[in-house]
Design a protein around this ligand. Structure first.
Ligand code: HEC
Length: 288
């Protein structure tokens, strides 16, 4: 008996693909980082302010930096010497992050304004024999976010808060259509275009065994890759500063593991398992 469901799966897959393209257009959105706005006054004053404001913050903020690092950056017991400290010259972010977030016994200073943080940073980098470039307000932004524009660019373009009910509905519909099509195509492949009622004997071939080994192997490999990627992601989240996990890779590996597993099951059903086919109603609406 000729199957009546050999065409429908193709139709539903094509329709799903078209809807998927539509969805991509609905979701498409630029996720580039907005330019940092820096007030011109802050920019102009930053260059001038550090010798006075910077020194004032260094000596007068409570608890005072000078109390731990010494009035002349020579260290006063509590903290390391800042005079001649190479690290603060090469890495201004270290200074800014230490002031904002604290480190070890050094307290955080959440009450200092941007201007004050910048001034004291320039002050300790340019006093007591230290010499470094005088920084502008841009570095404050750089220190706040460790997520580079590159990282943002490779992140998903689909921002969760953009997804509303209509998109969820459409996406679900696409998934259903795709699943319908794939199951239909699969059943035509596994059972044949002709429906032959009765017991189907296995007809395992060397090629089928080979394909089975490949599919099993890739299931294991992708599952391992997935587990490793998850571990790497967790390490990134726990590190300081945290690194966002590579969701794309995690998704890719898990999808490949599931696809390989599906291939294993499919090959098993077609070539290794005796099956019974029943006579189907040729006008059935759900053909498989
Ligand atoms: C209670 C004492 C204390 C106070 C107050 C303090 N610090 Fe510190 N600071 C430390 C200690 C201790 C470290 C070393 C922390 C570590 O590496 O674990 C440190 C580290 C630093 C570093 C990094 C030095 C390096 O080479 O790693 C900078 C820069 C710094 N402090 C600047 C400041 C500034 C600016 C202030 C005032 C706004 C300040 N500190 C106030 C104790 C203090």
């Amino acid at each position: 008996m000729e199957r009546n469901d050999a065409v429908m799966p193709m139709v539903s897959i094509v329709v799903a693909a078209i809807m998927w393209v539509l969805l991509l257009f609905i979701f498409a959105k630029d996720t580039h980082v907005p330019a940092v706005e820096i007030s011109p006054e802050l920019k102009a004053s930053a260059a001038k302010a550090w010798p006075t404001l910077g020194k004032q913050v260094y000596t007068q903020t409570e608890p005072s930096c000078a109390g731990c690092h010494g009035a002349n950056g020579e260290s006063a017991g509590g903290g390391p010497a800042l005079a001649g400290d190479e690290k603060i010259l090469v890495d201004p972010n270290l200074v800014i992050t230490n002031i904002r977030k604290g480190r070890g016994i050094m307290p955080a200073y959440p009450n200092l304004s941007d201007e004050e943080v910048l001034a004291v940073t320039n002050y300790i980098r340019n006093s007591w024999g230290n010499k470094a470039e005088v920084l502008g307000p841009e570095v404050l932004q750089a220190a706040v976010s460790n997520i580079t524009p590159e990282v943002l660019r490779v992140r998903s373009r689909f921002v969760p808060e953009d997804i509303g009910l209509p998109q969820i509905f459409l996406a679900t519909f696409v998934m259903l259509l795709l699943t319908y099509g794939i199951i239909g195509l699969y059943s035509v492949w596994a059972e044949g275009v002709e429906l032959k009622p009765g017991i189907h004997k296995v007809r395992s071939t060397p090629m089928a065994v080979f394909a089975m080994v490949i599919a099993l192997g890739s299931t294991v490999i992708f599952a391992l890759l997935f587990a490793m990627q998850i571990l790497r992601g967790l390490q990134g989240i726990a590190s300081d500063p945290p690194v966002p996990p590579t969701v794309t890779l995690e998704g890719f590996y898990s999808a490949m593991a599931f696809l390989s597993l599906a291939a294993v099951l499919g090959i098993y059903k077609k070539y290794f398992m005796d099956g019974e086919a029943l006579i189907e109603d040729a006008s059935g609406e759900f053909p498989w």
